[in-house]
Design a protein around this ligand. Structure first.
Ligand code: ADP
Length: 392
C-alpha cells in the first residue's frame, strides 16, 4: 500500500495535481490544460521531473474537471500500485475575512465558501467543483482548503480598505490580496535559508500568467498589488491590472458594454494579449519582432518597477526583492528590465548571474533573489498537519 497526500488546484479550464508521501516527499505532479476542449492535454512528471508515459485516453477523459481527476488518478495508480489517498488539500482562492489559515472542509464550510463566489466568480466556483469531485471520488477522506487570501488577512487597515462609504467595507468589499500560497512558500524559504533577510523588508514578485507583488515585513504581508479581485495591480497574461474605474463607466455608458462583456474584456482579452495583439505568453512575446509585443513587455516591466517603489514605501524601505512564478523564475530579460534604473533604491543585478538564473543575482545593498515557488507543497503541508491532528 502507498499512502499519499493529494493536492488539487482546480481552475476554469485547468487542473493541477500533486502527489506527496505522508512525510511530504514529491511523488508526481500532473497538469491538465484546456479541459473541455478538443486540444485538452495532460502532462505527468515524476519526482525527478521526468515525463511519465500517458495511456490512451477515451475522448471524454478531459471533458470536465471531475473526468480529468479520474484520468489522472488512473495514471497515478498505474505508477504507484496500491495507492491510497489519505488526505486531499485544495487551493481555494477566497477565504473571505474569516479565514487566515487552512481549514478542514465540512458541508457547512462548503456552503460558507460558496457564498464567497460573487467575490471571485471566475475562480471560486471551479475550486469548489474540484472539492466536490474529490469528495465524490474519495468518500470519507479529509479535504483541507488552503486560501490564497489567507496570507494577507493580517495586513493593516489602510491596505484592507477602499475609500468607499463604510457600509461596503462591512459587506466585505475589501482588499484581500491573492497568490498567498506562493508568498507563504517564499516567506518560509526565506525564514529557512535567509533568516536575517526574512526578518527585514522584502518585496516578492510572483510573475506568472497571473501576476502580483507582495510587501512582506518580518514574515507578515503588509501590502499587495492585488485587491478586491485578482484583476488589480500588475498587467497579466490576459488581465488588465490596475484600471481607472472611470474607464469602466465610459465602457458602460458610451460603448454600451454590459457587465459580462466588461468581465470578458478585463479578464480574458487584455493584459499582454490585448496590448500586443500577439500572445498572452511571455516566451512568445520575447521571441516576437512585432513592436506591439515589445511595448507590452515594456508596460509590464514598467508597472512592476512602479509597484516596487510603492511597496517599498509601504514598508518604509526595502532589504530584498524575490522573483518567482513562470516569468520571474525563467525570464532573465524581464528581471533585467525591471531592475534597470532602480539603482536609486539600492537595486542592481549581475548580468551573468541573471542570465544563468542564479539564486542570488543582486550586486547592490538590496538582495535580489530568484526562488522557484511551490504552491503545491504549501497545500500538502497543510493537509499533513490536519492528518496529524486527526491521528493525535
Ligand atoms: P500560471 O499562473 O498559469 O501558474 P506560470 O507561473 O506557469 O503561470 O507562468 C506562465 C508564464 O511564464 C507564461 O507567460 C510563460 O511564457 C512564462 N515563462 C515560462 N518559461 C519562460 C521562459 N523561459 N522565458 C520567459 N517566460 C517564460
Amino acid at each position: 500500500m502507498t499512502r499519499a497526500i493529494l493536492t488539487l488546484n482546480s481552475g476554469s479550464s485547468s487542473l493541477k495535481l500533486g502527489l506527496f508521501t505522508e512525510d511530504l516527499g514529491t511523488m508526481a505532479m500532473c497538469h491538465v490544460d484546456r479541459i473541455g476542449r478538443r486540444e485538452a492535454a495532460m502532462k505527468i512528471r515524476d519526482a525527478e521531473g521526468r515525463d511519465l508515459p500517458m495511456p490512451d485516453h477515451a475522448p471524454n477523459a478531459f471533458r470536465t474537471n471531475a473526468a480529468a481527476l479520474r484520468t489522472a488518478l488512473e495514471v497515478f495508480r498505474a505508477d504507484f500500485p496500491g495507492l491510497e489517498v489519505v488526505a486531499i488539500g485544495h487551493r481555494v482562492v477566497h477565504g473571505g475575512i474569516k479565514h487566515n489559515h487552512p481549514v478542514r472542509l465540512t458541508e457547512e464550510m462548503m456552503k460558507d465558501l460558496a457564498r464567497l463566489a460573487p467575490f471571485a466568480p471566475l475562480h471560486q466556483p471551479h475550486n469548489l467543483a474540484g472539492v466536490r469531485a474529490a469528495v465524490d471520488t474519495f468518500p470519507g477522506v479529509p479535504n483541507i482548503a488552503c486560501f490564497d487570501t489567507a496570507f494577507h488577512r493580517g495586513h493593516p487597515f489602510v491596505n484592507d480598505t477602499f475609500a468607499l462609504p463604510r457600509r461596503y467595507y462591512e459587506k466585505g468589499v475589501r482588499r484581500y490580496g491573492f497568490h498567498g500560497l506562493s508568498y507563504d512558500y517564499i516567506s518560509g524559504e526565506l525564514a529557512r535559508t535567509e533568516p536575517a533577510l526574512a526578518a527585514g523588508r522584502v518585496v516578492v514578485a510572483h510573475l506568472g500568467s497571473g501576476a502580483s507583488m507582495c510587501a512582506i515585513r518580518n514574515g507578515q504581508s503588509i501590502d499587495s498589488t492585488m485587491g478586491f479581485s485578482a484583476l488589480d495591480g500588475l498587467p497579466m497574461g490576459t488581465r488588465t491590472g490596475q484600471l481607472d474605474p472611470g474607464v469602466l463607466l465610459y465602457l458602460m455608458d458610451e460603448e454600451g458594454l454590459d457587465s459580462h462583456q466588461i468581465s470578458d474584456l478585463v479578464y480574458k482579452e487584455s493584459g499582454l494579449l490585448g496590448m500586443s495583439g500577439v500572445s498572452n505568453d511571455m516566451r512568445t512575446l520575447e521571441g516576437s519582432t512585432d513592436p506591439h509585443a515589445e511595448e507590452a513587455i515594456d508596460y509590464f516591466t514598467f508597472r512592476i518597477r512602479r509597484e516596487l517603489g510603492a511597496l517599498a514605501a509601504a514598508m518604509g524601505g526595502i532589504d530584498g526583492l524575490v522573483f518567482c512564478g513562470g516569468i520571474g523564475e525563467n525570464s532573465a530579460n524581464v528581471r533585467a528590465r525591471v531592475c534597470e534604473e532602480l539603482g536609486w533604491l539600492g537595486i542592481a543585478i549581475d548580468g551573468a548571474k541573471n542570465t544563468t538564473h542564479a539564486r542570488e543575482i543582486g550586486t547592490g545593498p538590496v538582495r535580489v533573489l530568484v526562488i522557484p515557488t511551490n504552491e503545491e507543497i504549501v497545500i500538502a503541508r497543510a493537509a499533513a498537519a490536519v492528518l496529524e491532528t486527526l491521528a493525535a
